[in-house]
Design a protein around this ligand. Structure first.
Ligand code: FES
Length: 107
């Protein structure tokens, strides 16, 4: 099964079901994750910084390309509400700027 590993969330491994967004898989696994616009691609709070395996992710969506062009999404970042993982393994980190105050993150 496709797997997302969140390095600074104790290297948690999350299985991403077929067709599910990363955000949906993260939430289904019971993790609290920022998503200010409710997963509509209208904020950047749900983003992850991809450390390994970006080639396994679905292509960037129109909102992601818009945010990249506006300088609000780095080239190595993806919006979890827009991104799917059809196959393979991806390692990512939640940026410090969007970390939730009540969640314990590792370095
Ligand atoms: S939750 Fe707002 S862009 Fe993903």
């Amino acid at each position: 099964m496709p797997t997302l590993i969140i390095e600074n969330l104790a290297s948690t491994a999350i299985t991403v079901p077929a067709g599910a967004t990363l955000l949906a898989a993260i939430q289904a696994a019971g993790h609290d994750w920022p998503h200010a616009c409710g997963g509509r691609g209208r904020c950047v709070t749900c983003r992850v910084r991809v450390c390994a395996g970006p080639e396994h992710l679905s292509p960037p969506t129109a909102p992601e390309l818009r945010y990249r062009a506006a300088g609000r999404l780095r080239p190595d970042e993806r919006l979890t509400c827009q991104t799917r993982l059809p196959t393979g393994q991806v390692t990512a980190r939640i940026p410090r700027a969007t970390q939730l105050p009540h969640v314990a993150y590792s370095e």
